[in-house]
Ligand binder design. Structure first.
Ligand SMILES: NC(=O)c1ccc[n+]([C@@H]2O[C@H](COP(=O)([O-])OP(=O)(O)OC[C@H]3O[C@@H](n4cnc5c(N)ncnc54)[C@H](OP(=O)(O)O)[C@@H]3O)[C@@H](O)[C@H]2O)c1
Length: 241
């Protein structure tokens, strides 16, 4: 199994979920921009599940080659990579913030996923599970740079699914609403609409087993986003969302 964004609590909860369900892998490749932080998780996998894993350092913002990834092959890729950055009120005109949001959520991430999807295509099998966001469904004033990067990523995953379908590879897009992780620790989130990492991993695992195309986490977000998508633009632009 290949994990992108291995220090994400969602990535770690999903890996734990899949191991608890009894699946084992020849190796789990933990790609991370912060090797030291990931070490404890690697040890935990060995001690609790007897599952071997390997940490591979890759900061998307600095990676110029994928030479250190040549030995990595797997039928399963889980991508939790993402960067929220500053919201519009704090960071809209901060170009470094804007660039980083675009790079981590889309521009530097897409070539990396392409790198692994090419290997899966050649093998004629595999499953890619990637976390996008409900923020990509409609641009809202509060965080539309992040939202637009996620919109691009969602469209990329949709096209990749369509392309790889004919090659025996599945692509599952996960669209989380709110999840209680380090990404959102400074935000006040409505508890009924917010998934814990364990809850999120439960729904992601279900989507994985059913080879779903798209899954919302929590499922209620599917209904919420249906409503939000259908608000006429002349009303939507007046709302403060
Ligand atoms: N939390 C939410 O409410 C929420 C809502 C909607 C969508 N999402 C999406 O769900 C996914 C997981 O989110 P999360 O809440 O677990 O966020 P998180 O804790 O911030 O995890 C995202 C991970 O992305 C990786 N990453 C960030 N910058 C990177 C870089 N320059 N190079 C390589 N990797 C980098 C990091 O992993 P390493 O430290 O291992 O490098 C980081 O731990 C993200 O795609 C996020 O956008 C989250």
């Amino acid at each position: 199994m290949i994990v992108l964004g291995s220090n994400s609590e969602i990535a770690q909860a999903f890996v734990e979920k899949i191991l608890k369900e009894g699946e084992r892998f020849e190796n789990i490749y933990l790609l991370t921009s912060n090797k030291d932080l990931c070490h404890k998780f690697m040890q935990h996998l060995e001690v609790k599940y007897g599952q071997s894993s390997e940490i591979i350092e890759l900061d998307l913002l600095n990676a110029t080659t994928y030479d250190n990834l040549k030995h990595i092959e797997s039928d399963l890729l889980f991508c939790a990579t993402g960067y929220l950055g500053k919201n519009s009120a704090q960071g809209l005109y901060d170009n470094d913030n804007t660039q980083r949001i675009i790079d981590v959520n889309y521009a530097k991430l897409v070539p990396l996923i392409n790198y692994f999807s090419e290997k899966m295509e050649k093998n004629g099998k595999g499953h890619i599970i990637a976390l996008s966001s409900v923020a990509g469904e409609r641009g809202r004033q509060s965080n539309f740079v992040y939202g637009s990067a996620k919109a691009g990523f969602t469209a990329y995953l949709s096209g990749l699914r369509n392309y790889l379908y004919h090659k025996g590879v599945s692509v599952t897009t996960i669209k989380p609403g709110f999840m209680a992780t380090k990404m959102t620790e400074d935000l006040e989130l409505p508890s009924k609409l917010t998934a814990s990492p364990e809850q999120a991993s439960h729904y992601i695992y279900k989507a994985y087993k059913k080879k779903k195309n798209i899954a919302y986490v929590l499922p209620i977000w599917g209904v919420i986003m249906f409503v939000i998508r259908n608000i006429p633009e002349f009303i939507f632009k007046k709302l403060k969302m």
